[in-house]
Design a protein around this ligand. Structure first.
Ligand SMILES: [Mg+2]
Length: 357
């Protein structure tokens, strides 16, 4: 657990947590007990369970069981607008909840103290939000432990609080954290940020899809023979005979078939992108909306293909120098813009998770 030197927080004192930890299971119960804590107040969403979900992780259940076994009193303080879900969670984990004005009002904190008979110094609040959990604890004279929010979506109103939280915490980190505890208080490096990791996985899937696309094209164009002759030549000839007006661009029969090979390759590659990104990048487990997601991945990726062609063409015209060099740079620019388009499209459109509470 990282420590904040609250005395150095100045004007931001009321927003400054006492401690910080990555996850609930990183909070040392022995340390809390030794420092005289007997009452643990817990936030719900992104502290003990993901927002909107009702399944506790084994680690959270173990931690709660240990706390009870050691003799701690526990209470849940939640700002939820879904009292039925809260009641189910409270039952499941067997910790009473408190009603009262929403955090950061001290009301629920004070009620928990009154009910258990402990002094503020004997209590500790554990939560993931500075503007509610931590501010409320400070206003009640109770120590607090700030947790890193769990991965996953959250309530729209919370996102506004997060903007203020980031600003406040960036100021607090400068003034109140000693260098050696900096890692422990959960500052994440760029590579640890979920969206960056997601994008890297997405690029990995993109490379695999590119290899699949190219392999299919090469196989269709060069490796399939019918009666000892290249199939692409025969299919291309068939296309030229059937639709002379459409395929008159082809000087050789196989050229007429090339666009068809590209369409087949990109189709299979896009299907691969759907399967792999769904499972690996965006980790969607349930089957709900699978068909809709597939359709949306196709819409996003084919729009991305059009953007790729457009951007590459524009760059190819404006970049000076040898045509080969210009083509390489233009293709890279097109692929880069399309990759960002596809990632944003898949993340926020195709695989966007709608929570049902
Ligand atoms: Mg929370």
């Amino acid at each position: 657990m990282g420590k904040f030197e609250q005395d150095k927080a100045g004007a931001l004192r009321r927003y400054c947590p006492s401690r910080a930890a990555h996850r609930l299971q990183d909070v040392s119960l022995e340390e809390l007990w030794q420092s005289g804590k007997r009452l643990i107040l817990l936030d719900v969403d992104h502290t003990i369970v993901k927002w909107g979900e009702e399944e506790f992780s084994a680690e959270v259940l173990d931690w709660v069981a240990s706390a009870k076994a050691m003799g701690f009193q526990l209470r849940i303080l939640s700002n939820t607008r879904h009292p039925k879900r809260l009641a189910r969670l409270s039952d499941k984990i067997d910790i009473p909840t408190k009603n009262g004005k929403f955090k950061p009002s001290p009301e629920m904190y004070m009620e928990a103290l009154a009910e258990t008979g402990f002094a503020p110094e004997q209590a500790v609040m554990i939560g993931d939000q500075i503007m509610t959990d931590i501010l409320g604890a400070n206003r009640s004279g109770i120590d607090s432990i700030w947790l890193q929010k769990m991965e996953g979506p959250e309530f729209a109103g919370t996102k506004i609080n997060r903007v203020i939280e980031r600003l406040v915490m960036s100021l607090l980190y400068r003034s109140t954290v000693s260098v050696e505890s900096e890692v422990a208080v959960g500052r994440t490096t760029l590579l640890e940020k979920p969206i960056v990791r997601q994008f890297l996985k997405f690029l990995f899937v993109g490379v695999i899809s590119f290899v699949i696309d190219t392999t299919i094209r090469v196989i269709l164009m060069r490796f399939i023979h019918i009666d000892g002759k290249l199939a692409s030549d025969q299919w291309g000839q068939g296309l030229r005979d059937a639709y002379p007006a459409v395929f008159n661009f082809a000087t050789k029969p196989s050229q007429a078939f090339f666009p068809i090979a590209c369409v087949i390759g990109s189709f299979v590659a896009t299907f691969n992108s759907y399967i792999m990104n769904r499972a690996l990048t965006f980790k969607i487990k349930d089957k709900v909306d699978a068909g809709k997601q597939l359709l949306r991945v196709f819409i996003v990726n084919y729009t991305g293909l059009a953007i790729n062609v457009l951007v590459s063409s524009i760059f190819f015209r404006v970049i000076p120098g040898h045509p080969t060099q210009s083509a390489i740079v233009a293709s890279m620019a097109g692929a880069g813009v399309a990759a960002i388009w596809n990632f944003v499209g898949q993340r926020y459109f195709a695989f966007r998770v709608h929570k049902r509470i």
